[in-house]
Design a protein around this ligand. Structure first.
Ligand code: ADE
Length: 251
């Protein structure tokens, strides 16, 4: 899987790819990365990459020409998927990360300022993605969030067991985790986790996943139920946790 990032600030994305698991995946050749500095494709001697929007309005837009020249410069052999990061894009999800993890090459355009000229989107962009309902000052942070969510799903980057129990897998958030010491600031690790009883631990964790999802992201539970994502045991658990919550409210 190859990631090509078009940016005005390659030092931001370079730093991320140079660290931790990402750097290891690059070293092993599981993923590839290149940054393309959009400014290198500016037409004038001042290397201008932005201008005011036609029709007026606040802020500046990224110019079409440098972006188009930068996109043409990358030889993708027609097999790449071009993503533009923007708060007005479709919401990026774990499901979309899974779908994108099988692509040969992903090209990410990091917007700055108020966005990019629509003609670039119409001509080159396969998909506009937002990472959430808030506005960042740059597309770089959003591109890195998308890259990070995708590359770790590529085969051989992370052990498959780590992926099966994490948040969103199976439509539920992750259960709480504890490590040494057994007592920290007078707080003790839940007894069941010290019991060595695998089935009890599994049940406790599943209950915690349901409780947390119901508290933080009830819409995920609703969707999971609607789409038949949960096994019979989890459906029962959801009913029980809901009943318990109702009873607690009544008390
Ligand atoms: N650029 C600025 N805000 C963004 C967001 N929420 N998602 C993607 N790109 C962005």
């Amino acid at each position: 899987m190859k990631f090509t990032v078009l940016t005005l600030f390659p030092e931001i994305t370079n730093a991320y790819f140079a660290s931790s698991i990402m750097a290891k995946a690059l070293e092993k050749g599981i993923i590839q990365y290149r940054a393309v500095n959009i400014r290198d494709f500016a037409l004038d001697k001042h290397k201008t990459c932005d201008d005011a929007p036609y029709g007026g309005g606040p802020g500046m837009l990224m110019l079409a020409e440098p972006l188009s020249r930068a996109l043409k410069s990358i030889d993708t052999a027609g097999s790449s998927h071009v993503i533009c990061l923007t708060p007005s894009g479709r919401l990026f999800t774990q499901k979309r990360a899974q779908e994108l993890a099988v692509m040969e090459e992903i090209v990410l355009i990091c917007g700055r300022y108020e966005g990019i000229d629509q003609r670039i989107i119409d001509t080159y962009v396969d998909e506009e993605l937002s990472i959430g309902d808030y506005v960042l000052s740059s597309g770089e942070a959003a591109a890195l969030a998308v890259v990070d969510a995708i590359y770790r799903l590529v085969d051989w980057v992370i052990t498959p067991e780590s992926l099966t129990e994490e948040s969103f897998s199976g439509g539920l958030l992750e259960y709480p985790q504890y490590t040494r010491p057994e007592i920290f600031d007078t707080m003790k690790v839940p007894e069941v986790l010290l019991s060595g009883h695998h089935e009890n631990i599994r049940c406790w964790r599943q209950k915690k996943r349901v409780e947390k999802t119901l508290a933080f992201r009830p819409e995920l539970l609703e969707r999971g139920l609607r789409e038949g994502l949960f096994d019979a045991e989890t459906v029962k658990l959801i009913e029980k946790v809901r009943e318990d919550n109702e009873r607690d409210k009544g008390d």
